[in-house]
Design a protein around this ligand. Structure first.
Ligand code: TH1
Length: 798
């Protein structure tokens, strides 16, 4: 946008004055942040408003991305960058003597997501606007985001994240006039009407008022502003009489109170099902109403509307779309179904059995009686359609209602025209294994869309030193055309350049070290290898394998204090789902091993272990630029894609990985010499499943290193964690080590030795790092979303 520094300073002072009646030098950082955010909203209000009008008037097909999670983190810098005024504002703040980073730090993370799935949804919002595509988000305005994690005595404690405070979120705009009603519970009777169709009659439903809050999604320097719509619940005025007590009202308000803190798993709680329906119903009602403003026929709605189901949480979009078309607008089943399948598309994000949503029929019927009828009908028509054409077993496996459960993935696949996985390997496994029965029936629906990241956030915003260095070498065009990063390959043998990148990394490590010193009181040596694993805590991600190796190093140094190794700092960040016992025990053990290691002077600072509490997007922005080693060590076949792996490589960290998820594509991008791979591949893992021949106890008994490391959990070496130590020991030995840590252990140890050795060769290491940066452009979410736009939604973009 066109703006001079002087004009900006005037606007900003004016805004502060009007919002808070203060002068700039008397204002707090919080006031400055809010005023700046208000000013941004003012700058974009015209394109934001026009965008919707244009879309309604111009008959442009629009994609609606439904997701139960959105995890944008902070938005101030992204918004300024995308408006093209980040440098100008930083400069202006220097002129008026305000520390810009203090203003940035006044913003709370918008943490309406658990991990990769929510972050991906937020990234796609940015990318949709950036490629100029008409793509809007739909989600829930949770009052509390993902819990704040504190570590007390080594244990995870969860505290509420009251991110809205008393004044709400600065970036949002409430739209009370666009509220709609959503019905749950009650009974539904079908009565035949004059036309011979059935009309539903609701007896005693609970009526909810869904109120939208809109958040602008600003495209990167292109004048486009899309919209993310988050729904909040209220009690409708007409229903006030029914809710006399605080408890009664709370039952309703609870619906949008909390984000379920489970990543890649689910609990069949009725409140979650209500959340899912609430968001989907409110969103779809609005979409259909807006479509009707074009004056077009409802049976052609698929020509202007695409609805995306981000994992199965919004899968009720399928029957709800049918319901609205039929019950509210009188469309006949066949036409409604034809449109629904063409409108809907679905992304699968995991093959873990514990994450696949299945709702108990009785619970479902009680909460969503009309939707239950429709799902039943979809199911029987499906069976009728495929019977005789496919083996009975395939039909049984793919139907929606089975064993008194509603299978949400099956509903999403049958009710849409596209199913995609999120990395090549993941899609291959869907096709060959998990969804193979569906693949036999609908091969044309299957496609891959490898995840991506907002490269701008993970370079320009979070790693300014590296970005300036890149500017010096290849100019600034890469900031808007990420594929130009490839030009860095020219410098791969330029020792001066390599040294400069090494120094940039060291500066970033010092910054992180200062944070660790300040918050944890632990001193870190910036010449040590910073070896990082940050992600949700889950058994399949194998933080425990990392810990086993740390314990091995501990014994190595104890046995041989003169051991020649590059000092190593292991950094963890991980939240565990509050009810996930194993994960919480691993956190406790990491913290106790940290205590053991960090307080043992005989280790001479060769080894440090740091667990950073409350890992979130903002902390990631500090940690990732400071990392040397990126730990991506999940059991092969289990991590659908991973996205932090992409962020690390683009910040010049070396990936230490199994052949899992997008790690495989990172390997393809950088070449075998610029990544460190270890462990079993997916075939080998599956082979164990087939042959039932894995024997963890044997490895434990026969391999002395494994024996000693595992015994460390129960022999009293690690203090204050007896029961956790026993639990982990049991998981590995008595319950046969579900994720094959012990089988991969040796190979992991060797890979770590290799890391140690190449790190000593500063030039070699820096070459690997630079190669990673140069080849990271292919993981841009802008490119990923272009493929969604072209191949799934059929919407236009620039
Ligand atoms: C994650 C996957 O585990 C990860 O591999 C992938 O990169 C990311 O999605 C984005 O595609 C998932 N998160 C969730 C969260 C819930 C349920 C399933 C998944 S899969 C709540």
């Amino acid at each position: 946008m066109e703006l001079t520094k002087e004009q900006f300073i005037r606007d900003f002072k004016d805004q502060l004055h009007r919002d808070f009646i203060v002068k700039i030098n008397e204002s707090t950082d919080e006031e400055r942040f809010l005023a700046l955010a208000h000013l941004i909203k003012k700058y974009i209000s015209t394109p934001w408003l026009e965008r919707r009008h244009d879309l309604v008037e111009e008959d442009v097909k629009t994609a609606y991305y439904f997701s139960i999670e959105f995890l944008p983190g902070r938005m101030l810098e992204t918004n300024l960058l995308n408006l093209g005024i980040l440098d100008l504002v930083e400069d202006a703040f220097k002129d008026v003597d305000v520390d810009f980073s203090d203003v940035v730090n006044a913003e709370k993370d918008m943490a309406l997501g658990n991990g990769g799935l929510g972050r991906l949804a937020a990234a796609f919002m940015d990318s949709l606007a950036t490629i100029g595509a008409p793509g809007f988000g739909n989600g829930i305005r949770y009052k509390y985001g993902l819990f704040k994690q504190k570590i007390v005595d080594g244990y995870q404690i969860e505290l509420p994240d009251a991110w809205l405070g008393t004044d709400g979120n600065v970036w949002e705009t409430k739209k009370p006039h666009s509220a709609v009603e959503v019905k749950i519970y009650g009974k539904v009777y079908l009565y035949p009407n004059k036309e011979g169709n059935f009309e539903p009659f609701y007896e005693d439903p609970t009526i909810l008022r869904a109120v939208p809050y809109d958040i602008a999604q600003i495209g990167f320097q292109n004048g486009v502003v899309n919209n993310l719509r988050l729904w909040d619940v209220e009690i409708p005025e007409s229903e006030e009489d029914k809710y006399r007590t605080i408890e009664d009202r709370r039952k309703i308000e609870d619906i949008t109170n909390i984000l379920y803190p489970d990543d890649s798993s689910y609990e069949g709680k009725s409140l979650r099902l209500i959340q899912e329906y609430f968001m989907v119903s409110a969103g779809l009602q609005t979409i259909i109403k807006n479509y009707l403003k074009t004056g077009k026929d409802l049976k052609d709605i698929h020509e202007l509307v695409a609805v995306h189901i981000n994992d199965t949480h919004p899968a009720l979009a399928v029957p709800e779309f049918m319901r609205i078309l039929m019950d509210d607008y009188g469309v006949v089943w066949e036409d409604a179904w034809n449109s629904t399948v063409k409108v809907m598309s679905y992304t699968n994000h995991t093959i873990l059995a514990e994450a696949l949503e299945k709702w108990d029929c009785n619970l479902f019927k009680e909460i969503l009686p009309r939707i239950y009828q429709i799902v039943n009908e979809i199911d029987s028509r499906y069976v009728e359609e495929v019977s005789g054409k496919f083996p009975g077993k395939i039909i049984e496996n793919t139907r929606i209602i089975r064993n008194e459960k509603i299978h949400m993935a099956n509903l999403s696949i049958i009710g849409g025209h596209s199913v995609n996985g999120v990395a090549k390997l993941h899609t291959d496994l869907l096709i060959s294994d998990v969804l193979n029965d569906f693949y036999q029936i609908y091969p044309e629906k299957f496609n891959n869309k490898t995840n991506g990241i907002i490269v701008r956030r993970w370079s320009q915003i979070s790693n300014p030193l590296m970005s300036d260095e890149i500017d010096k070498l290849i100019g600034k065009e890469w900031r808007s055309d990420i594929h130009q990063l490839k030009n860095l390959e020219k410098f791969i043998t330029d020792e001066k350049v390599l040294n400069e990148f090494y120094e940039v990394k060291k500066e970033n490590k010092k910054k992180l070290a200062a944070y660790v010193k300040e918050t944890q009181g632990i001193e870190l040596n910036p010449d040590a290898i910073f070896d990082v694993q940050v992600k949700r805590l889950h058994a399949y991600k194998r933080q425990l394998l990392n810990l086993l190796h740390i314990i091995k190093l501990y014994w190595d140094i104890k046995d041989n204090p003169d051991i020649d190794m590059v000092p190593r700092v292991f950094i963890f960040g991980a939240k565990a789902a509050p009810g996930y016992r194993f994960a919480k025990s691993v956190i406790k053990l990491i913290n106790e091993v940290a205590n053991l290691v960090n307080n043992d002077e005989s280790l001479q600072d060769k080894l440090k272990v740091v667990f950073l509490p409350n890992y979130n997007v903002t902390l990631a922005e500090l940690i990732i630029p400071a990392s040397d080693v990126s730990e991506q060590i999940s059991t092969a076949g289990k991590e659908a894609s991973g996205t932090s792996n992409m962020k690390f490589m683009m910040n010049g960290a070396i990936t230490l990985a199994t052949l899992d998820g997008a790690n495989i594509e990172i390997k393809d991008a950088v070449g075998d010499d610029n990544i460190v791979i270890f462990g079993m591949n997916t075939d080998e893992v599956y082979d164990h499943y087939e042959k039932h021949d894995y024997n963890a106890r044997k490895l434990y008994e026969e391999n002395p290193t494994i024996n000693r490391v595992v015994n460390t959990f129960i022999d009293g070496t690690i203090l204050n964690s007896q029961s956790e130590g026993q639990e982990i020991y049991d998981a590995l030995i008595r319950h046969n080590d579900e994720y094959f840590l012990l089988e991969d252990f040796e190979s992991y140890v060797n890979a770590q030795k290799y890391i140690n050795d190449i790190y000593r060769d500063k030039i070699r290491w820096s070459q690997m790092a630079l190669n990673n940066i140069a080849n990271s452009g292919r993981f841009s979410a802008d490119d990923t979303i272009r493929l969604y736009a072209e191949e799934i939604w059929n919407i236009k973009h620039n």
